[in-house]
Design a protein. Structure first.
Length: 147
């Protein structure tokens, strides 16, 4: 679904700008391929390519339950924006096996969609034992890449 949304957003930009269909096809194919690759459950050592493309290892860090690891690597295809905005993360140790969130997750699909947008006061009314987790701490910020 994520790749489909990215492709549609890319089309919404490329087509009005008059991009050739060949460019649109390649952009769609690359986005779909990287989307599938980053979500496959295999260990890949990609070396310097980690600084160019999103890879399974980098995407696994993105889904870590540890906030200092998980609030990173947002780029769908290219890592240039994560490098520029200081959200790139690729530690020297193995990416986490246990991924997801430590936060409360509602059972209902619709509540899951709405939950991130609800104020904590409403969340507490819906789920009395809910305690908000911090989004990130100052000491969790990654070291600057050089920008």
């Amino acid at each position: 679904m994520d790749s489909l949304v990215s492709i549609l957003l890319g089309l919404a930009i490329l087509l009005p700008l008059g991009a050739p269909m060949e460019v649109v096809k390649w952009m769609s194919a690359i986005t779909a391929f990287i989307g599938m690759l980053t979500h496959c459950n295999v260990e890949m050592r990609t070396g310097v390519l980690n600084y160019i493309f999103n890879t399974p290892g980098l995407h696994r860090w993105h889904h870590s339950k540890e906030l200092h690891e998980g609030n990173r690597n947002y780029g769908e295809n290219l890592m240039c924006w994560d490098l520029f905005f200081n959200s790139f993360y690729n530690a020297d140790y193995r990416p986490p096996v246990d991924i997801g969130t430590k936060d409360y997750v509602p059972v209902s699909f619709w509540k899951q969609l709405l939950w991130p947008f609800l104020p904590n006061s409403i969340k507490k009314k819906l789920q009395p034992d809910f305690e908000p987790l911090p989004f990130g701490r100052e000491e969790d910020k990654p070291k600057r890449f050089g920008f």
